[in-house]
Design a binder for this molecule. Structure first.
Ligand code: FAD
Length: 423
């Protein structure tokens, strides 16, 4: 049980905490935290266990494992009350048949607390907003074991909307508003093969141009895997603008796998992804306004991808409702203005291949940095990101630090790349 509990989705981490507190209730979390504080143990918080950098585990300290706390309930007014370790599959399986949606990520096994506390984008973010935009309240246990409700502390809610991962205390309950679920998901998948970095770069330019005016009900991803490019396009409507974008992708790509429209619950399942843990290094490859931001380095980036076994470069569309004014001021998530988010990934089966993969991801991060790509998604952390405070939290950092000072003045929650109290 101990070994199971200390395992993460990323097999790269083999950390051994002194104690894992497998909590079933908020009271259990209170007791565990009081003990850890008394004993001076380092504390980490684990919900879905998908942290890219293993931030939910530690060596020699205490891990608060919340995996048994996963109850979910829709209220009469369609507000959703969730315990911290609800996973995204459970979320969609519960809400969609009831005609409700909380927009979030696509991967089935990602934890709802981790994704919310750092932002949370996915197929529906351009139509409705980020997961954190729908958060209306949290209950949290601080290092002294006291329960705090954000209804009494609005600054805590502001901070947990994009700046809350492992920073202030253990979130034991999350409350959300929901929207009426769209009925249908239209899905398209285009492919192009045997691409040189130069050709892939040309296709990237076309993709950015088309996505710049994508309707808000649509989402697209540009996924370069070695020398093969996949463009995925999903939408909840099939209007003229969509038809125009589809015509262009038809022309520039080699193959079009047009899938039939699915009822929303079935369509979402298609993006659930792999559920079994694997060895990988995933990094934020930064936010962009458009192709011009990375034009000078796409060939270098794509050359590295095509020469590294198991490497992928993906760019996702943001924008749309994410830029709604009502969200902007109320929310620690710092990077609303950008229309695109990049990520790079390398997976391997044999641990001896780790070194080459890690070196490639580091090179990619350096290339981006040299090309002035310096703002990154906190839910895609990379320990190689220089000045992570500015990169993840931008203008929100100083305000987040005040929240830290108020809720965890002694830095008991000392997450790597976290918000730090100044003494
Ligand atoms: C395969 C995969 C697919 C992904 N897909 C998407 C996607 O589509 N969209 C997207 O936006 N992101 C995506 N992500 C990134 C994901 O949002 C983050 O990895 C997220 O932080 C994971 O949350 P978790 O609860 O599963 O992880 P954990 O490892 O349990 O936690 C992650 C961080 O949050 C903190 N934390 C967790 N629970 C709590 C809590 N209750 N209170 C306080 N702090 C807490 C932890 O301490 C840690 O720092 C994906 C990640 C992976 C590995």
């Amino acid at each position: 049980m101990f070994d199971f509990s200390r395992s993460l989705f990323n097999k790269r981490f083999d950390l051994k905490p002194q104690i894992i507190a497998l909590c079933k209730t908020e009271k259990g979390v209170q007791q565990a935290l009081m003990y850890a504080t008394e004993q001076g143990l380092k504390i980490s918080i684990k919900s879905g266990g998908h942290s890219f950098e293993g931030f939910s585990l530690n060596d020699g300290g205490m891990v608060i494992d919340l995996s048994n706390m996963k109850r979910l309930r829709l209220e009469r007014n369609n507000d959703l009350i969730a315990e911290p370790a609800v996973k995204l599959k459970q979320l969609y399986d519960y809400c969609l048949p009831r005609g409700r949606l909380l927009p979030s990520g696509s991967c089935a096994s990602v934890g709802l607390s981790g994704i919310t506390l750092g932002g949370g984008y996915g197929l529906f973010a351009r139509q409705f907003g980020l997961t954190c935009d729908f958060l209306t309240g949290v209950r949290m246990v601080n290092a002294k074991g006291d329960v705090v409700d954000s209804d009494d502390f609005p600054e805590l809610l502001w901070a947990c909307r994009g700046g809350g991962n492992g920073n202030f205390g253990v979130v034991t309950q999350l409350r959300y508003k929901t929207v009426s679920a769209p009925s249908t998901l239209y899905q398209h998948r285009f492919r192009a093969y045997n691409l040189s970095p130069k050709k892939a770069s040309k296709l990237a330019k076309h993709w950015f141009e088309q996505c710049d005016s994508l309707p808000n009900h649509a989402f697209s991803a540009f996924i370069l895997n070695g020398q093969t490019l996949t463009i995925s396009l999903t939408a909840t409507d099939h209007d003229d603008k969509m038809k125009q974008v589809l015509r262009v992708f038809d022309l520039i790509m080699d193959k079009n796998d047009r899938l039939k429209p699915d009822p929303i619950a079935k369509g979402v399942e298609y993006y659930y992804g792999r559920r079994k843990p694997l060895y990988f290094k995933n990094i934020s490859a930064g936010y962009y306004h458009g192709f011009a931001d990375i034009e000078k380095c796409t060939e270098a980036l794509f050359t590295k991808i095509s020469s590294t076994p198991g490497a992928i470069f993906q760019i996702n569309t943001l924008g749309g409702a994410i830029n709604n004014e009502e969200y902007a001021g109320n929310n620690a998530y710092a990077h609303r203005g950008f229309k695109f988010l990049g990520e790079a990934q390398c997976t391997w089966k044999n641990p001896t291949h780790a070194q080459q993969s890690l070196a490639a991801m580091k090179d990619i991060q350096n290339t981006l940095y040299q090309n002035n790509i310096k703002q990154h998604y906190p839910n895609y952390p990379d320990v190689n990101i220089k000045d992570y405070k500015q990169a993840y939290y931008g203008d929100s950092y100083l305000r987040l630090q005040k929240v830290k000072q108020a809720f965890d003045p002694n830095n008991h929650f000392d997450c790597t790349q976290g918000i730090k109290t100044i003494f």
